[in-house]
Design a protein around this ligand. Structure first.
Ligand code: CA
Length: 224
């Protein structure tokens, strides 16, 4: 079964071009001209990948991205205008997996699409490793050295986020988005609480700290 791609673009010419080109490549393509329509289509039948223009009427691409991301793990490739670096950053912060600057070559777009679909493939359990820390997505348990530990649902999600982005500073906003989906306000100390839980579990027997606080910003998984 070929992958299903949702194209979100308000400019008719570009949307039709993408739809034709991707269909020709063998993908099943659906398209939406605005964010609302896109979210409805994605809810009715979750796509395998979303191609999302950042400049949309009404709800912009960043907001659409945020909402898609809080609903699931679908790969999102953002299309941004030339030189709009802030858009790019906002898109990545909102959970986009990759971005492409307009105007782009169709071959380049295809290469990115293939890479994202390939990356999304392993729905089989896998084990993330960082230093002597492991996280098994199948059993949803962690291990540090010889010590295996259980995780609650939120602890697991938070640790998985760190393991997927080693050495990257994750801002509090990004952590809220990905793990709590805006259920809590920015004033809440919920992140601190869960980081403390994870440290208790990963620092048994005075093992070195791996989840570090970046003051005023967020947290990072790294070895000192
Ligand atoms: Ca547009």
């Amino acid at each position: 079964m070929s992958a299903r791609i949702l194209v979100v673009e308000d400019e008719d010419r570009i949307r039709q071009f993408l739809q034709r080109g991707l269909t020709f490549e063998g993908y099943r393509v659906e398209s939406a001209a605005d964010g609302q329509e896109a979210l409805e289509l994605a809810r009715d039948e979750p796509p395998d990948l979303v191609l999302l223009d950042i400049m949309l009427p009404g709800m912009d691409g960043v907001e659409v991205c945020r909402r898609l991301r809080s609903a699931g793990e679908v790969p999102i490739l953002m299309l941004t205008a030339k030189e709009a670096i802030e858009d790019r950053v906002a898109g990545l912060d909102a959970g986009a997996d990759d971005y492409l600057v307009k105007p782009f070559a169709f071959d380049e777009l295809l290469a990115r699409v293939r890479a994202l679909l390939r990356r999304a493939q392993p729905t089989q359990p896998q084990v993330y490793r960082f230093a002597d820390l492991e996280l098994d997505t199948g059993t949803r348990r962690g291990r540090r050295g010889d010590e295996i530990f259980d995780l609650t649902a939120k602890e697991y999600e938070l640790l998985e986020l760190f393991m997927r982005h080693p050495r990257q500073v994750l801002t509090r906003d990004v952590i809220f988005d990905r793990v709590w989906n805006y259920d809590f306000g920015g004033e809440s100390n919920i992140i601190e609480v869960y980081v403390r839980y994870l440290r208790q579990k990963t620092e048994v027997d005075e093992k070195s700290r791996l989840i570090h606080t970046v003051r005023g910003v967020g947290y990072v998984l790294r070895e000192e």
